[in-house]
Design a protein around this ligand. Sequence first.
Ligand SMILES: Cc1ncc(COP(=O)(O)O)c(C=O)c1O
Length: 449
Amino acid sequence: MSQILETYRKKHPASERMYDEACEALPSGLAHDNRRVTPFPIYMDRAEGAYKFDIDGNTFLDFVMGHGSLLLGHLDADVCAAVKAQLERGTHYGAGHRGEVRWAEAIKALVPGADRVRFTSSGTEATLLALRLARTFTGNEKVVRFYGNFHGWHDYLISGSKPPFSLPGSTGLPEEVEALSIHLRAGDIEAVRAVLDQEDVAAVIMEPTGGTQGKAPVSAEFVRELRDLTFRRGALLIFDEVVTGFRVSPGGAAAAIGVTPDLTALGKIVAGGLPGGAVTGRGSLFAPLEFTGDAGRDRYSRVAHPGTYNANPLSAAAGVACLEKIADGEAQRYCDELADRFRAGMTEVLERRGVDGCAYGASSILHIAAGVEIPRVSSPGELAEFDPAMLVKGMGPRLVHFRRATINHGLDFMGPTGFVSTAHTEADIERALEAFDGAVADLVAEGVF
Ligand SMILES: Cc1ncc(COP(=O)(O)O)c(C=O)c1O
């Protein structure tokens, strides 16, 4: 039996029991596909700062960080104080409230081109609404999207994020819906031009630092060309900044690259680690959401958008507290520096242990491509020409071994990906590198790499 697996089982008996219980109620014992680890996932008990603690009493240095939503780490004092204060005043008014106005103002102050804001409950809902606004504005239905870019799980955009890109991203997708997406390789501006010349396209949507949180990087030059091309052809440009928003810079990747899209989909950090999302962008695109008082127009020519948890007061409180705290860019600079150190250190470990690949990523996002035949790059842009299918596939079937080994050494990653927060310290990164070295040594000893 694998030593890594044996250690995993020995260290997590309570999680194994909880998983058996969970499977009675939850499909595969899970609430999110990407939380799967075999033979069972780890169940957490609590979290604080940069750490998580599981139900077996193990401690983890956390790099999942709420799937990237916790730029300020777990239980940030200001976010918690704002949420507690709101909790005393009610959790749901079923009505407008001061918090949603402050929240929208905070977004407007940071995100380029944010004239108007509409809140949603998640990033998935944000890309869904962005498409509805784009289709309404242009009168076109088709959407151009790029291989390996993830935009949430709704029917319109779930396909094309995971290889093989030519197959549907899920069962249960109507063919007519699938036919509305045109899948292209990011980086190939001529391919986009050819499509926009031939088809009536509502929007081009992309993750502006590249697909799957930058795992398949894209050059800033391509993003600029795309802005110019979509503008000339009358298709809207939508940035999915659910991950990059407020992380890559206070104004997200748009501000960092210097490109203003027509619409931006936001999620994760926007709500300070609570559930939430938003669409923002050019004012005229939001006009169809406005009520005019003309009953005919309001019933037949409006973009409808209800949603029980839109701008929930608790999420608004957390969002405002978080956005105020990260507005000056200091948090991002701090996290980027630590992430640079961590990525370089992980690449050094792989080199020293004779394992192919490297750690790369934009800003404070980490992608670990261990055992993957790519150069040891110091900037993700150097991978912009690489096959996105290969980059997104990454470690492939070896990933589960990597997850078990890193968990055994007290590191929690989101698959091969991680996020650095302001709660991490230099000492945490040194500790994480030691743990990473131990995990890679185990994987080499077992012949995984
Ligand atoms: C780039 C991107 N867009 C959209 C989403 C969907 O967001 P949510 O999980 O909040 O629905 C995600 C989630 O990870 C994402 O990474």
